[in-house]
Design a protein around this ligand. Structure first.
Ligand code: AGP
Length: 620
C-alpha cells in the first residue's frame, strides 16, 4: 500500500526521491516524508500530511541536501494521517530513519517492552518499533546491518522495511518479510535506487543509458546498498546470489498523453489492451486459441477436475465472470471466491484443481496469501497478472500476462477488460483441449473475440453522450446496479467504480435477488442501473426492470442497440452493440466506467486518487 524510495549516488537525493514518491503516490497518499543524510552526516527530515507535493509547499526553507536518502508515501493503517505518524520514523537518538510498508503484527508487545526499557515513542504507528529495535541492537554493540537483521528476525507479519543510518558511510538496508510489500533494487552508472515497484524506479535513474540492472527481493531477503554497490543477503547475513536483469526506461514510461486523468486515458486504451491480451494467443488462420504461455501439459489439462478463480475487488469481479466462462466453454466445474475469504478456509484442493488468481498488481496481500495456500495444498497455480515480475507471477506455475501497459488510475479499468479477454481465451482453450468445444463452436467464439477491440472502440466514440447521461444522474445519492448471469459481476463492477471514485453509495446485485430484499429500497430517490443486453436471460431482467418502474424507481438501462421496446419503458438508455454473448461482459463494462468517471468529475472528486484507497493493497 505505502510507497518506499531510497537513493544512494552522486546526485542530490531529494529531487530524485521526491519524483519517485510522486510516481508511487497511487499506493497511498495520506502523508509523505523524506529523510536525507546531509554533508555533515546528520539526518534531515521533512514530512507533510496529505499528498507528496505538500513536501514542497510547507515553507520549511531549503530542501535538505545530501546524496543519500529515503522517502515514503503513506496509506495509514496504525494511527491517523498526522505529521507525527508520517514516515520516516527515527529512533531516540535520531541516528536512524526507517520507512515501512505493511503491518508489524506483534508491535504492541514489542512497543510495551521497548517503552519499559526507556525508549520514547513519538507516533502511534506500528512502524516506530522498528527504529527502536534497530537502535536497541546498535546499543548492544551490533553494526547497523546486524541490528537491522536482528530487527527483521524479531518482527512478525508481511512487510517491506528500509532504513538509513546517519554518518559518512552511506548505507541503506532494505528487507522484505512475507509476501506483502515488494522491494525492487535498480542500479545504473554508480547510482542505486530501491523502491516499492519498478515503474517508479527507472525514470529516476537519470543516466545516459536509460537502462538499469534490476533485482527483486524475495521473502526474507535483504539488500545492503552502499556507494560500492548492492549486497544481497538472508536474515542471518549469508550472501545470496541474486538474478538481476536489464530493464530500460522505455519499458515503464507513464504519462497522461493529454487526457485529464489517467483513468480516462486507461479507459480509452481498452481496445489496445484487449487486442494486446489476445496477441499471439489466437491462431487466426486456424481460428483457434493457442496459449503458448499456459504452463501445464495436455495430460495435466485432461486430468483437471475443477477450477477455482480468486481475486479481490475488480479482480474478484473478473474471477466471477471467468467462472461462468469456464463452466460454459471449458466444461469444468468452476467457482469464484474473494481471495481474502478463500485464504482462511480449508478448501479441498488436489493436483487436479486449477487455481487461477487474477490481479492487476500481483502484489495484493490476500491474493498472494491465497495463492501460496493453494500451492501448499498441491493445486495447479495459474495467474492472470499485469505486473511483470510481481509476487503472484513468482508464486504461480505460470502467468498469462495481461499486457495492458501500466495502469495508474486507482480505479482499475483496462486491466479488467484485459482480464476478461484472457478468461475468455482460457475458457475456450480448456474447452478445445478437453474436447468439450467442437471446432465450429470454438471458431465462432474466436471470431467473436476478434471483433472485441473494434466494438469497444465504437463504444468509446460518443463521449458527449456519457457526459449527458452523467449529468442526469450525478445528483442521485443511491444507486442499485442489477444484472443476471455473467452480467451480475458486471453490475457489481459498475457499482464499485461509482462508489470508489464518486463516493456515492452504490450496490451491485444479481437482478433475480432484488425481490428478496433490495426492492424495499426502490423509490424515486434511488437510481437503478439495469444491465439488460440481449442474452438468454434478457426476459428475466425485463421483468426485474418492470418491478422497479412499478415502484417509481428511476431506471438507466444498458441495452443492445435496436432494443426500442425496453427503451420505451425505462428513463434513459446506454446502448452497447449487438455482439456474441461472451463479449457482452466486456462491452457492458465500458458505459458503466464512463458513467462513474463523468459523475465523479461532476462531483469534483479526485478521480485518479480517490480518498482512502490505494492501487496496490499489500496489507491484509
Ligand atoms: C479496483 O478499481 C480497485 N481499486 C480494487 O478493487 C482492486 O481491483 C483490488 O484492490 C485488487 O487489486 P489487484 O488487481 O492488483 O489484485
Amino acid at each position: 500500500m505505502c510507497g518506499i524510495v531510497g537513493y544512494i549516488g552522486g546526485q542530490e537525493a531529494w529531487p530524485i526521491i521526491y519524483e519517485g514518491l510522486r510516481l508511487l503516490e497511487y499506493r497511498g497518499y495520506d502523508s509523505a516524508g523524506i529523510a536525507v543524510v546531509d554533508p555533515h552526516g546528520n539526518i534531515q527530515l521533512r514530512k507533510t500530511v496529505g499528498k507528496v507535493n505538500g513536501l514542497d509547499e510547507d515553507g520549511a526553507g531549503p530542501k535538505p541536501q545530501g546524496t543519500v536518502g529515503l522517502g515514503h508515501t503513506r496509506w495509514a493503517t496504525h494511527g491517523r494521517p498526522t505529521h507525527e505518524n508520517a514516515h520516516p520514523h527515527t529512533d531516540c537518538q535520531k541516528r536512524i530513519a526507517v520507512v515501512h510498508n505493511g503491518i508489524v503484527e506483534n508491535y504492541r508487545e514489542l512497543k510495551r517492552r521497548l517503552t519499559d526499557d526507556g525508549h520514547v515513542f513519538e507516533s502511534e504507528t506500528d512502524t516506530e518499533v522498528l527504529t527502536h529495535l534497530v537502535e536497541e541492537g546498535m546499543d548492544q554493540g551490533l553494526t547497523f546491518q546486524e541490528a537491522f537483521r536482528r530487527m527483521g528476525r524479531m518482527v512478525k507479519g508481511s512487510q517491506a522495511i528500509s532504513a538509513i543510518l546517519q554518518g559518512d558511510a552511506a548505507q541503506i538496508c532494505a528487507l522484505r518479510l512475507g509476501h506483502a510489500g515488494g522491494i525492487v533494487v535498480a542500479q545504473s552508472e554508480g547510482q542505486t535506487i530501491i523502491g516499492s515497484d519498478l515503474p517508479a524506479l527507472l525514470p529516476l535513474l537519470h543516466t545516459e543509458s536509460n537502462i538499469g540492472q534490476v533485482g527483486f527481493l524475495e521473502t526474507n531477503e535483504m539488500a545492503v546498498v552502499t556507494r560500492n554497490g548492492v549486497d544481497y543477503q538472508d536474515l542471518d547475513g549469508n550472501p545470496i546470489v541474486k538474478q538481476t536483469r536489464m530493464v530500460s526506461q522505455a519499458d515503464v514510461q507513464v504519462d497522461k498523453a493529454g487526457y485529464q486523468h489517467f483513468m480516462l486515458k486507461e479507459i480509452m486504451e481498452q481496445p489496445q489492451a484487449v487486442a494486446s491480451a489476445m496477441r499471439e494467443r489466437i491462431d487466426f488462420e486456424a481460428r483457434r486459441v493457442d496459449l503458448p504461455d499456459f504452463p501445464f501439459t495436455k495430460q495435466e489439462i485432461a486430468d483437471l477436475d475443477r477450477v477455482i478463480l480468486i481475486g479481490c475487488g475488480t479482480s474478484l469481479h473478473a474471477a466471477q465472470v471467468g467462472r461462468h466462462l469456464v463452466e460454459r466453454y471449458g466444461g469444468l466445474p468452476a467457482e469464484a471466491e474473494s481471495a481474502s475469504e478463500f485464504r482462511y478456509r480449508n478448501p479441498y484442493i488436489s493436483p487436479r484443481t486449477l487455481v487461477v488468481s487474477i490481479g492487476q498488481s500481483g502484489e495484493t496481500a490476500d491474493t498472494v496469501a491465497a495463492m501460496q495456500m493453494a500451492k501448499d495444498k498441491g493445486g495447479k497455480l495459474l495467474t492472470i497478472c499485469n505486473a511483470e515480475g510481481s509476487q503472484a507471477t513468482r508464486i504461480a506455475d505460470g502467468t498469462l500476462y495481461m499486457r495492458a501497459g501500466i495502469e495508474i488510475g486507482v480505479a482499475s479499468t483496462k486491466t479488467f477488460l484485459a482480464s476478461l479477454t484472457i478468461l475468455n481465451l482460457l475458457a475456450i482453450f480448456l474447452g478445445q483441449s478437453r474436447g468439450i468445444l467442437d471446432q465450429e463452436k470454438s471458431q465462432e467464439l474466436v471470431d467473436g473475440l476478434a471483433q472485441a477491440p473494434r466494438l469497444i472502440g465504437d463504444l468509446l466514440a460518443d463521449q458527449a453522450n456519457y457526459r449527458r447521461i452523467a449529468q442526469l444522474y450525478a445528483d442521485f445519492d443511491y444507486f442499485l446496479f442489477l444484472g443476471r448471469g455473467v452480467n451480475a459481476p458486471i453490475a457489481s463492477e459498475g457499482a464499485l467504480k461509482l462508489k470508489e471514485i464518486s463516493y456515492i453509495h452504490a450496490e451491485g446485485y444479481p437482478a433475480g435477488e432484488m425481490k428478496h430484499g433490495p426492492i424495499a429500497l426502490i423509490d424515486n430517490a434511488m437510481a437503478t442501473v439495469a444491465l439488460a443486453p440481449k442474452d438468454f436471460l434478457y426476459d428475466k431482467v425485463v421483468n426485474n426492470v418492470k418491478e422497479v418502474k412499478a415502484r417509481d424507481g428511476r431506471v438507466l438501462a444498458v441495452l443492445t442497440e435496436g432494443d426500442t421496446e425496453l427503451a420505451a419503458e425505462v428513463d434513459h438508455v446506454l446502448y452497447i452493440p449487438e455482439a456474441p454473448e461472451h463479449l457482452i461482459p466486456l462491452l457492458a463494462t465500458v458505459p458503466l466506467q464512463l458513467l462513474a468517471y463523468n459523475i465523479a468529475l461532476l462531483r469534483e472528486r479526485d478521480v485518479d486518487q480517490p480518498r482512502n484507497l490505494a492501487k496496490s493493497v499489500t496489507v491484509e
